[in-house]
Design a binder for this molecule. Structure first.
Ligand code: SAM
Length: 241
């Protein structure tokens, strides 16, 4: 059956968000996020365009990854920064204790700080960061939660800081491509994980560029990207000029 993609399907929860989810499948899902992100999230571009230039200007770049999941993006950034001789303090934040437990057990010497908390708790604690980012988190949120995360992100960003939220953009093409790409590996590489099912649900739950633009305050920029990507971006310098 062809899924309806004209509006967000926020009533279908992802399997990984079920508090009673099978722990082995959940662990395999966290373990496979790095593979998926290498294919679709372009972490190298994020590093070269947004992280490295700021790390070069900063004594110790403070990065917050909201909804870090298995922590693969944090680890990749930590290793690339270290490789380039740049210093950073990276915090992996997740609302789910299971993700934080898995990610901290798989730190592999990256030296990430792991925290189970919501952005609102960090705001209350007066924390600030040079870069606040997320990947594949926006589609987990309802519109009210999204507004909270956006408001918190700006409050958590330093005066000249950057907020960059990345996600899938909902489209028929994204659904068809993800379905076709994951079907052949569903019983091998992705076996006993939620990657394929949750990936398809994620696409149905995700925003389009115009939906996000309608929700985000005016000092945010929404950009579309390839393949079926979007970025919701706020820059302190630009917003205040
Ligand atoms: C699909 S995973 C993405 C993980 C990782 N960012 C990646 O790209 O592989 C989404 C993660 O966001 C977390 N999450 C959802 N809502 C959140 C919120 N309001 N605050 C913090 N984490 C949240 C979930 O617990 C989950 O671990």
């Amino acid at each position: 059956m062809r899924p309806v993609l004209t509006t967000r399907d926020i009533d279908t929860p992802e399997l990984m968000d079920d508090p009673h989810a099978d722990t082995r499948a959940l662990a395999r899902t966290y373990g496979r996020f790095g593979f998926v992100n290498a294919l679709v999230s372009r972490p190298g571009t994020l590093y070269r365009r947004d992280i490295r230039p700021r790390a070069l200007r900063s004594r110790r770049l403070r990065i917050l990854d909201v909804g870090a999941g298995g922590g693969d993006l944090c680890r990749l950034l930590a290793w690339r920064l270290r490789h380039d001789g740049l210093d950073a303090e990276i915090t992996a934040l997740d609302a789910d204790e299971r993700a934080i437990r898995w990610a901290s057990a798989h730190d592999r010497g990256a030296g990430i700080r792991y925290r189970r908390a919501l952005t609102t708790e960090l705001v209350a604690a007066g924390e600030t960061y040079d870069v606040v980012l997320s990947n594949h988190v926006l589609h987990h949120l309802g519109d009210a939660e999204l507004r909270t995360v956006l408001r918190d992100s700006v409050q958590l960003a330093a005066p000249d800081g950057l907020v960059s939220h990345h996600d899938i953009a909902r489209s028929r093409m994204a659904h068809v491509l993800f379905d076709a790409a994951t079907w052949p590996i569903s019983r091998t590489l992705l076996a006993d994980s939620f990657i394929r099912e949750d990936g398809l649900i994620s696409i149905r739950r995700s925003y389009t560029v115009s939906e996000l633009a309608a929700i985000a305050p005016t000092d945010w920029i929404v950009r579309g990207g390839v393949p079926a990507r979007l970025e919701l971006r706020w820059e302190g310098d630009r917003a205040r000029s």
